[in-house]
Design a protein around this ligand. Structure first.
Ligand SMILES: [Zn+2]
Length: 126
C-alpha cells in the first residue's frame, strides 16, 4: 500500500515537471509594475499568463474585472503589460500560499507597493 502510494506521488511529480518544461508561462505567480507610480500588481494563474493578460486588458474594453486595469483607469496611469514571473508552482495550494508570501516580501525588498488582493490570506498570527 505504502509502495503504491509513493509510486503514484512520483508519477505526479514527474508529470508536473514535464508540464513545467513544456509551458513555462502557466501555473505562475506574476507581477506587473505601474509605469506612473510605485504600485505593483501580483497575481497567480493556473493557466497561461498571456491568456490572463488578455483578461486584464479586456477590462479596458468594458468586460471582466481586474485590479491593475482599474488602477490604471482610475488614476490615468499606464502599464506596459510586461509581466515578471516571480515563481512557477504547479501545485494550486502551494501557488496561492507563495503568492500571499510574495505580496509581503516584494514591498519589503523593493520600493513597490502591492495593491492586488491575496487569493489566500495567511492567518499565521491569528
Ligand atoms: Zn499607478
Amino acid at each position: 500500500m505504502f509502495g503504491f502510494k509513493s509510486q503514484t506521488r512520483l508519477c505526479t511529480l514527474l508529470n508536473s515537471t514535464y508540464r513545467d518544461k513544456k509551458n513555462l508561462s502557466s501555473q505562475v505567480i506574476y507581477q506587473y509594475n505601474c509605469k506612473n507610480c510605485k504600485n505593483s500588481y501580483i497575481g497567480q494563474t493556473s493557466r497561461d499568463v498571456e491568456q490572463r493578460k488578455r483578461k486584464h486588458q479586456n477590462v479596458f474594453k468594458g468586460t471582466g474585472m481586474s485590479k491593475i486595469a482599474d488602477h490604471c483607469m482610475q488614476n490615468k496611469h499606464t502599464n506596459d503589460w510586461n509581466y515578471k514571473i516571480l515563481a512557477i508552482e504547479p501545485n494550486d495550494i502551494k501557488r496561492v500560499i507563495k503568492e500571499s508570501l510574495l505580496m509581503d516580501i516584494v514591498p519589503e525588498t523593493t520600493d513597490r507597493t502591492i495593491y492586488s488582493q491575496k487569493t489566500y490570506d495567511l492567518n499565521v498570527f491569528q
